[in-house]
Write a new protein. Structure first.
Length: 384
């Protein structure tokens, strides 16, 4: 373990991405409170049901008799071309500590293309029949044209993009011509059922809920719904996910399947929740470990819609978010690439292991501002 100089707890921030969690605020902080103890765990601590990332991993041409199993089109995923099939993957983690295990049901809903105003809530009316029929048996019906997929855990999803998703749109007054597809997802440690919409805004509330075996509606610890979107441009511009070579742990680039090792830090979780008032600082009491990602200098692509004051095309903004089932990060989000200055070299964070020995998991989720994402994860064996 590499010991680092004492470092105070800074303000924790979280940058958003193209994937949105609709309820539960699983990735948000709570309201400010007085006193010495914060009642909220940091967003990086995975101790509830969480969806850490939805990745449009790749896109393929539609299969034909001549090519029944086509290869992915390089550069496509977060952006697609008309007629492609986009493959989605979910990084789902059940961090709850439960005596009675309840399997997690995952539902994907696709088929919402170019809704009114290009807004996600314009999909609710289109999805009405699917919402009402969710209590039926859709398991195993996960074909690209079915628009609905129900499975257990992190079941993937394929969506067929219509050939006319762009051509059916009117020519814009300015900017590129494009179409948009919305994909909804939800994971529930119980049963998903339709619920009446609430609220007085146009968006309303999400029309599905999660219920236990006795009919009680479950909260954000056991239900995570959200949506993501795919853009399709008339010029068929590509947009690959940010390439990540691996996790750098304690100064070394680790192999993808390598189990990492660390030593416990005796500062308890309750102590780590405190701030001020002579609270124990785990970064002072224990040694911390450098955590970083290995990326190429050209990780960011050009963003044609972003230009500086001189009209020069800028690059994507890229950042990485860290998560773990135990321990503490000094900083949970780090900028990897700036749109104007490029790659950020000094971006490592410090991680202090938890107080209990055992096997934990750590994640680095890298995102860009155009909807791309990449996930690297390792198990960590923590010993005394």
């Amino acid at each position: 373990m590499k010991t680092q100089p004492a470092r105070s707890r800074g303000r924790r921030a979280l940058l958003g991405g193209a994937t949105t969690v609709l309820v539960g605020l699983a990735l948000a902080g709570g309201p400010g409170v007085g006193g010495c103890s914060a009642p909220f765990d940091p967003p990086s601590l995975v101790n509830t049901l969480r969806i850490l990332a939805i990745t449009a991993a790749y896109a393929t041409p539609a299969p034909t008799e001549e090519v029944p199993d086509p290869e992915p089109d390089p550069g496509y995923g977060p952006f697609a071309k008309p007629g492609q099939i986009v493959h989605f993957e979910m990084e789902l983690v059940d961090g709850r500590d439960l005596d009675n295990f309840v399997p997690v049901t995952t539902v994907w809903l696709g088929g919402c293309f170019n809704p009114p105003g290009q807004q996600y809530y314009g999909c609710y009316e289109q999805f009405g029949p699917l919402f009402e029929g969710l209590q039926g048996d859709f398991s195993g019906n996960c074909t690209p044209d079915s628009f609905i997929c129900v499975g257990t855990g992190d079941v993937p999803f394929d969506l067929a993009i219509p050939e006319d998703i762009v051509s059916s749109q009117p020519d814009p007054d300015y900017g590129p011509k494009y179409g948009i597809a919305y994909i909804f997802f939800m994971s529930c440690a119980g049963e998903i059922r339709p619920v009446s919409q609430e609220g007085d805004t146009v968006a309303g509330s999400f029309p599905l809920g999660c219920f236990d075996s006795e009919g009680r509606e479950l909260g954000p610890d056991a239900f995570v719904p959200g949506y993501t979107q795919i853009y399709v441009f008339e010029d068929e511009r590509p947009n690959p996910n940010p390439p990540v070579d691996g996790l750098v742990f304690d100064g070394q680039l680790r192999e993808p399947d390598e189990v990492l090792e660390a030593t416990v830090c005796p500062v308890t979780l309750e102590e780590r929740r405190k701030s001020g008032c002579a609270a124990t600082d785990e970064f002072t009491e224990c040694g911390s470990i450098d955590v970083d990602i290995a990326v190429p200098d050209d990780i960011a692509d050009e963003d044609p819609e972003s230009k500086d004051a001189n009209g020069n095309i800028l690059h994507e903004v890229v950042w990485v978010s860290y998560f773990a089932t135990g321990g503490t990060f000094d900083t949970e989000v780090k900028l990897v690439n700036d749109a104007t200055t490029g790659i950020i070299e000094d971006r490592a964070v410090q991680w202090v292991p938890p107080e209990e020995p055992g096997t934990y998991q750590i994640w680095a989720v890298t995102r860009d501002n155009r909807g791309g994402s990449s996930v690297v994860t390792h198990f960590v064996t923590v010993t005394e």
